[in-house]
Design a protein around this ligand. Structure first.
Ligand code: CO
Length: 213
């Protein structure tokens, strides 16, 4: 229990440090949230979304899960996406993976881990799609890093394939989806330059048109 006590002490110090800079800090923050960005990242404790991009509470809506996956059947991720796009009107959605991702590493092995195998199947599907490219990479570490990147690109597409994002584009809402990778070794972000901001960039089989438009 001693360990948990220190968390409450940390909390007290944090509150004090915020209030010393601005006595109304929490009152202002409690009023509303108006973030411009949605972050879809990995749950990994070494990838703290707000800190990496230097954003304060209230500036970044965050959804994290094992290996930053956004499948069209995951109501958890879709609910966050819907809230971000339809209610908060975020302008940018960032899917951010990270090199050395345990989820991606596990997906490359054939071990049975449990329930999570079903979740990691999404990454195996990405591997299967790019098997020739990935199998040609000799180093296991480099192969895993490339799969981390390909998984991010696939999840960017998955976000764009949702009715949520496509309906937003149809009503003329500005919405740009980005794919980034975080490097644990250097702390730096890498932009994969797979940015999508209109339905023209989406494969026609995944396009959905609302009957109202
Ligand atoms: Co990870």
């Amino acid at each position: 229990m001693e360990k948990l006590k220190i968390l409450f002490q940390n909390n007290e110090s944090w509150v004090e440090s915020k209030i010393s800079l601005d006595p109304a800090y929490f009152r202002k923050l409690a009023r509303d949230q108006n973030p411009d960005y949605l972050w879809i990242g990995c749950s990994d404790s070494r990838v703290p979304a707000n800190e990496i991009v230097g954003l304060e509470p209230g500036e970044l809506l965050v959804h994290r899960n094992v290996a930053n996956i956004c499948p069209h059947t995951d109501f958890n991720c879709l609910s966050v996406l819907e809230f971000a796009v339809n209610v908060l009107n975020v302008r940018h959605i960032i899917v951010c993976g990270h090199y050395g991702c345990g989820g991606v590493q596990s997906a490359m092995k054939n071990h049975h881990l449990g329930l999570v195998d079903n979740w990691l199947r999404h990454i195996r599907d990405v591997y299967a799609r790019f098997k020739d490219e990935l199998d040609a990479i000799e180093s296991e570490k480099a192969r895993c890093s490339r799969l981390v990147e390909l998984n991010v690109i696939q999840q960017v597409l998955n976000v764009c394939h949702t009715t949520i994002v496509q309906e937003a584009w149809q009503r003329g809402q500005f919405l740009c989806i980005h794919g980034w990778v975080y490097d644990l070794q250097s702390g730096k972000l890498k932009d994969l330059n797979c940015c999508i901001s209109s339905v023209d960039q989406v494969d026609s089989i995944y396009r959905v048109r609302s009957p109202k438009h």
